[in-house]
Ligand binder design. Structure first.
Ligand code: BEZ
Length: 260
């Protein structure tokens, strides 16, 4: 799930697999939209440790996976030796053959160079090839971000600009961009999906530590713990129930076809 051109986060593949596996577990549902077929060539863009590439390959499709994180790709190769994984950038990847389909789950919101990614996906698809994607949509994780920023400000850290680390477009903005750049959009939805986090006691803290690193730079360890505890207390009313923490995800799902 990682392909970071704009920001460079060092992903810990074990932490990702053990504590944040909900990212790719929810992605399994997206494979229903892809409907991979035997012998089709499918690219999993931002494949992370390869879990969804493995599920797609069960259909008999010939799967390739790319990710910008060498650590993730190493783990993917170890786990799925039959799949062709490589470290490549989402804005510049090249493949010897074009793909019947490109699949991308929870990755594109990490890449600020949105036009370049779209153009690159378009170039690497066959005529009538399809793009099936899910990413964070407008107002994704807004509750967490607001609580975190407010608390940081109280401690003297103004991190207003840090949200810019992600690209969470509205449905019309993203489908418009795809259309401008040559795709025909056949399906699009922007919906709430509250996402249960793995750690029942400190799920929100774990989430912020894993994904919110640009907010947490330059903050001492003691302050960090205090900030995270305050955020946790603030969010308990809205983001904790049935003994579980939830992230307020808003997903954008799109299917588009390359018709030239
Ligand atoms: C997401 O999948 O929506 C997401 C994950 C981590 C950080 C921000 C958004």
């Amino acid at each position: 799930m990682t392909a970071t051109e704009s920001i460079h986060i060092k992903w810990d593949s074990s932490l990702y697999d053990n504590k944040h596996d909900f990212v790719f577990k929810y992605g399994e549902d997206l494979i229903n939209l892809l409907q991979p077929k035997k012998d089709e060539h499918v690219l999993d863009l931002g494949c992370g440790t390869g879990y969804l590439s493995g599920v797609i390959a069960e259909s008999g499709a010939v799967v390739s996976g790319i990710d910008s994180s060498a650590d993730m790709i190493l783990k993917a190769k170890e786990t799925y030796p039959g799949i062709n994984f490589s470290v490549q950038s989402a804005t510049e990847f090249v493949s010897a053959n074009s793909f019947d389909a490109i699949f991308s789950n929870a990755v594109l919101h990490w890449i600020k160079e949105k036009e370049q990614v779209i153009d690159c996906m378009f170039r690497n698809l066959k005529e009538n090839g399809r793009l099936v994607l899910e990413m964070g949509g407008k107002r994704n994780v807004e509750g967490i971000i607001i609580a975190l920023k407010e608390t940081l400000l109280k401690y003297g850290f103004n991190k207003q600009a840090a949200t810019e680390q992600w690209y969470f477009p509205s449905l019309s903005e993203y489908t418009g961009l795809l259309e401008q750049r040559g795709f025909r959009v056949t399906y699009a939805a922007h919906f709430n999906r509250e996402t249960a986090l793995n750690n029942t006691e400190h799920g929100i803290k774990d989430w912020i530590k894993m994904f919110g690193t640009t907010y947490l730079q330059d903050i001492g360890t003691v302050t960090l713990e205090n900030v995270l505890t305050e955020v946790e207390n603030k969010l308990r009313v809205t983001h904790f129930r049935d003994n579980k923490w939830f992230a307020d995800y808003k997903r954008l799902r799109v299917v588009a076809v390359k018709n030239v």
